[in-house]
Write a protein that binds this ligand. Structure first.
Ligand SMILES: C[S@@+](CC[C@H](N)C(=O)[O-])C[C@H]1O[C@@H](n2cnc3c(N)ncnc32)[C@H](O)[C@@H]1O
Length: 254
């Protein structure tokens, strides 16, 4: 049993976006550039634009795209503000795991529609953190931990994150000027506590440990430790399982 590699998700996003060869592709909240890198691998001549407010993330994106042959425009921008792009400037648009960070995501999607050319495709995707699946820990404790993580008030977001952003994304796009073409569900699984599963477990443990330290967590340090021990034991006994679901909405500009 070999799970799909982590980059398969980003390759899928890029395939769904169907950027015409050499066209302008925009990634909103590009982070360290996994989707832009997949775009570059598909079309080295593409004109790629990545926007993010983290200069550290943009530096990592620049390193990941050092070999890109076509034009590359990585810019700092606060995506809660109007996009720093002209009308109809892009042929395809992608955005993954950004929406939960915004207080008014509909405003961004509406402005994203403005910068797309007519007929261009957008792929907006989000992990549904309230639907993370782990096998190993005691069930009631596991539910408590997953819900606490999904409802976590991330200091870098400045408020409780929207842990159900994945399942709410189709409704959000339906309320926007974009026309939904399809909804694609992408799953990643693991049967051992390595790779993507280990990364997500580390996210859960570090996020909740920090919240516990600041006195704003729904779980205790003992519960978090018991959950983690349960997963490690399950992994040792070949009972571990992990499943993560991303919802991808493919939409067009009329
Ligand atoms: C979870 S990361 C996802 C990054 C990337 N799309 C990926 O798939 O790995 C969310 C990104 O959104 C960026 N971000 C969050 N809020 C933002 C805002 N208001 N303006 C610009 N970027 C923002 C963060 O800096 C971070 O790089």
């Amino acid at each position: 049993m070999t799970p799909e590699p982590a980059h398969a998700l980003h390759e899928r996003i890029v395939r769904l976006a169907a950027l015409p060869r050499g066209g302008h592709g925009l990634d909103l909240g590009c982070g360290p550039g996994p989707t832009l890198a997949a775009w570059s691998a598909t079309d080295p001549s593409a004109h790629l634009i990545g926007l993010d407010y983290s200069t550290r993330a943009l530096e990592r994106a620049a390193a990941a795209l050092a070999g890109h042959a076509g034009p590359l425009n990585l810019r700092t921008a606060d995506l809660a503000e109007p996009l720093p792009l002209l009308d109809a400037a892009v042929d395809a648009l992608v955005s993954f795991n950004l929406i939960e960070c915004l207080t008014d995501p509909l405003k961004l999607i509406t402005d994203a529609c403005r910068v797309m050319r007519s007929g261009g495709r957008a792929v907006l995707g989000h992990t549904d953190f309230d639907a993370l699946v782990f096998a190993g820990a005691e069930p009631a404790l596991d539910r408590k931990i997953v819900h606490a993580f999904a409802d976590l008030a991330e200091p870098w977001i400045g408020r409780a994150s929207e842990g159900r952003a994945g399942r709410n994304l189709p409704g959000l796009v339906a309320a926007s000027p974009l026309l939904t073409e399809s909804v694609v569900v992408h799953t990643d699984y693991a049967t051992s506590l390595t790779g993507r599963a280990a990364h997500r477990v580390e996210n859960v443990v570090s996020g909740l440990a920090s919240a516990i330290g600041h006195g704003r967590s729904a779980v205790s340090a003992e519960e978090l430790a018991a959950w983690h021990t349960g997963l490690v034991k399950a992994d040792d006994e070949s009972r571990f399982f992990f499943l993560e679901t991303a919802i991808l909405v493919v939409a067009v500009k009329a």
